[in-house]
Design a protein around this ligand. Structure first.
Ligand SMILES: *[C@@H]1O[C@H](CO)[C@@H](O)[C@H](O)[C@H]1NC(C)=O
Ligand SMILES: *[C@@H]1O[C@H](CO)[C@@H](O)[C@H](O)[C@H]1NC(C)=O
Ligand SMILES: [Cu+2]
Length: 247
């Protein structure tokens, strides 16, 4: 009975927000971490996406939860590493497929990467400043990126910088929902992390300065964290975080 109640609760909340359910690299599709079914399998399916607790947001920007949407409870330092990774070429694109997204949750989509200093299936960045931004989409041509996501059937695409050197990287992708962001706390962060093995002949590990930490990169006073999405001038919205590094 308890299981059924939990399942019904899960089904109800599935309709509310979203998470990345599939990642496409060329002709290869990887199923994302499915928080409402994966935990019920024994053994759980192996994913390239780190486990997330569900489809809900992180709202306290000081928590490790804001990194990969893992719990900070019980001494756990953010999302546990996933057991496998995708192998992708530098310069190629990845398409992320979100389950669903509510119209009301207006805001930007942002993607960071971090070079793993050691085995990606064991590494956790903790509070270290390791992240650089590789893509952002805010408000352009009269449309919020969240609306563009809905219009594209839930698909978002970004490119792995071509100059990145071969090796393992963690991708941190997020939607920021601004419908309650007129004050802090208010912004809703929906992050998740994808494990990659990047191939190619690039020579860069990312920018040599300006790396940021999660938590840390966003605070109540970071531009773009507090914004009145109903009365503010969206054309002047500043996407939070450092400048995009394209290599
Ligand atoms: C997104 O992934 C789901 C689950 O695999 C699939 O059914 C759906 O067709 C995909 N959406 C698009 C637009 O490709
Ligand atoms: C909003 O900002 C844009 C860009 O700065 C500006 O061109 C436009 O006039 C502003 N709109 C309003 C209603 O203030
Ligand atoms: Cu919501």
């Amino acid at each position: 009975m308890r299981g059924l109640v939990a399942l019904l609760g899960a089904v109800a909340s599935v309709a509310a927000h979203g998470y990345v359910q599939e990642i496409t690299s060329g002709s290869t599709k990887y199923t994302g971490y499915l928080p409402y079914s994966d935990p019920y399998y024994n053994p759980p399916p192996q994913r390239i996406v780190r486990a997330v607790p569900g489809n809900g947001p992180v709202q306290d920007l000081s928590l490790i939860d804001v990194q990969c949407n893992g719990y900070s409870e019980g001494g756990v330092v953010g999302s546990q590493p996933a057991p496998i990774f995708a192998t992708v070429a530098a310069g190629s694109s990845l398409t992320l497929n979100w389950t669903t997204w509510p119209d009301s949750h207006l805001g930007p989509l942002i993607t960071y990467m971090a070079k793993a200093p050691s085995d990606i299936t064991k590494w956790q960045p903790g509070n270290s400043a390791v992240w650089f931004k590789v893509h952002q989409a805010g408000y352009s041509n009269g449309v919020w990126a969240s609306t563009a996501l809905i219009n594209s059937g839930g698909l978002y695409t970004f490119t792995i910088p071509k100059s990145l050197k071969a090796g393992q990287y963690l991708v941190r992708h997020e939607i920021l929902a601004l419908h309650a962001a007129y004050q802090y706390p208010g912004v809703q962060v929906y992050p998740s992390c994808i494990q990659l093995q990047v191939t190619g002949s690039g020579t860069s590990s990312g920018p040599t300065s300006g790396l940021v930490a999660f938590p840390g990169a966003y605070t109540a006073t970071t531009p773009g964290i507090v914004f009145d999405v109903y009365q503010g001038n969206a054309s002047q919205y500043v996407v939070p975080g450092p400048a995009v590094w394209s290599g």
